[in-house]
Design a protein around this ligand. Structure first.
Ligand SMILES: Nc1ncnc2c1ncn2[C@@H]1O[C@H](COP(=O)(O)OP(=O)(O)OP(=O)(O)O)[C@@H](O)[C@H]1O
Length: 262
C-alpha cells in the first residue's frame, strides 16, 4: 500500500480584490509528519490553510489519497480535514467537555456513536492536553490560553486525516506550548495524520517540525528540514532581521535574534 500524502500543485487563491497565493506548489507532505508554516505577517499562511480546508474559493490541486480536495463536496471534505482557526469563537454557552463532544458529534462518521463512547473520547483528549480539570468549566470562564487548548482539543478529537492548526500556541505559556507540540507530534504518528501548523515561534518550529515551509509574500522562500529552512540567510531575507541559528549546550538548534537588518 502506498503511504498517504498531501500534494499541493498550482494553488491559486485569495480574496475578491487580493490574490494572495498564485500557482503555489508545496513539496509532498507524508502522513505521520508535522509540517510547520512560518513567515512574516500577511505572508499568506492562514490563507493557505483556509484554502485547503475549503473555506476560500481556490483553483489548482490539493491532492490527498488520489482525490483533489478542492473538488470535494463540503461534507466529504469535513470528514477528512479539520481546521483550527487563529481567532477563537466567544460567547458559546457550553462547558469545556460539551464543546469537545459537540465537535466530535458533527463529524459525519461519528453521529451514531454512543454517548458513553463520545464522552470517553472527549475526556481522553482533554487529559492528553492536561486540561481534564477544566471539563466542567463554562467556556466563557476560561482564560485565553485555556480557550486555545480547548479549541485544539476540538480539532484533534475528530482525528482527521488532515489537521490544520493556525497558531495553536500563540496564547500559551512555555509548558503548555511543549504539551501541545508533543501531543500533536504523537497524534500525527499514531494516526498517520497529515499535520500542518502555522507558528511564529521559530524555536518551536526548529524543535518540533519534520518539515518547515517559509512563506514570504505568497511564495515559498524555503522548504525542507528545519535546519535547512531556518538559517541566518533565510531569516534575513524573510523577516529582515539579523539572527543566528546555533546549537545550545544540549545540542538543540536555537534562533538568537541580534536585531533588525538594514
Ligand atoms: N478577508 C480578507 N479580505 C481581504 N484580504 C484579506 C482577508 N484576510 C486576509 N487578507 C489579506 O491576505 C493577505 C494574507 O493574509 P493571511 O492572513 O493569509 O496572512 P498570514 O501569513 O496568516 O499572516 P499573520 O502571520 O499576520 O497571521 C494579507 O495581505 C491580508 O491583508
Amino acid at each position: 500500500m502506498t503511504e498517504r500524502s498531501l500534494a499541493i500543485n498550482g494553488l491559486t487563491c485569495g480574496y475578491p480584490k487580493h490574490e494572495v497565493l498564485k500557482e503555489l506548489s508545496l513539496p509532498r507532505i507524508c502522513a505521520g509528519s508535522v509540517t510547520v508554516m512560518i513567515g512574516p505577517n500577511a505572508a499568506g499562511k492562514t490563507t493557505l490553510l483556509r484554502a485547503i480546508a475549503g473555506l476560500l474559493p481556490a483553483r489548482g490541486e490539493v491532492n490527498f489519497d488520489g482525490r483533489n480536495l478542492l473538488a470535494l463536496a463540503p461534507t466529504e471534505l469535513a470528514g477528512l480535514v479539520t481546521y483550527m482557526p487563529q481567532v477563537l469563537p466567544q460567547g458559546v454557552a457550553l462547558t469545556t467537555i460539551e464543546a469537545v463532544i459537540t465537535a466530535l458529534r458533527v463529524a459525519p462518521d461519528r453521529r451514531g456513536d454512543s454517548d458513553a463512547a463520545v464522552h470517553a473520547e472527549a475526556a481522553a483528549v482533554l487529559n492528553r492536553l492536561n486540561i481534564g480539570h477544566l471539563s466542567l468549566t463554562p467556556l466563557d470562564e476560561l482564560s485565553g490560553g485555556q480557550r486555545q487548548l480547548v479549541s485544539l482539543a476540538q480539532a484533534i478529537v475528530r482525528r482527521p486525516a488532515v489537521l490544520l492548526l493556525d497558531e495553536p500556541t500563540s496564547a500559551l505559556d512555555p509548558r503548555h506550548q511543549i504539551d501541545v507540540m508533543s501531543a500533536v507530534r504523537e497524534i500525527a504518528i499514531e494516526d498517520g495524520m497529515i499535520v500542518m501548523v502555522v507558528l511564529h515561534d521559530l524555536n518551536l518550529a526548529l524543535a518540533w517540525a519534520d518539515t518547515v515551509v517559509l512563506l514570504v509574500d505568497g511564495k515559498i522562500a524555503a522548504a525542507g528540514p528545519p535546519e535547512e529552512a531556518i538559517t541566518s540567510a533565510t531569516l534575513e531575507t524573510a523577516y529582515r532581521v539579523r539572527a543566528r541559528v546555533e546549537r545550545c549546550s544540549q545540542g538543540r538548534l536555537q534562533v538568537i535574534y541580534d536585531g533588525k537588518s538594514v
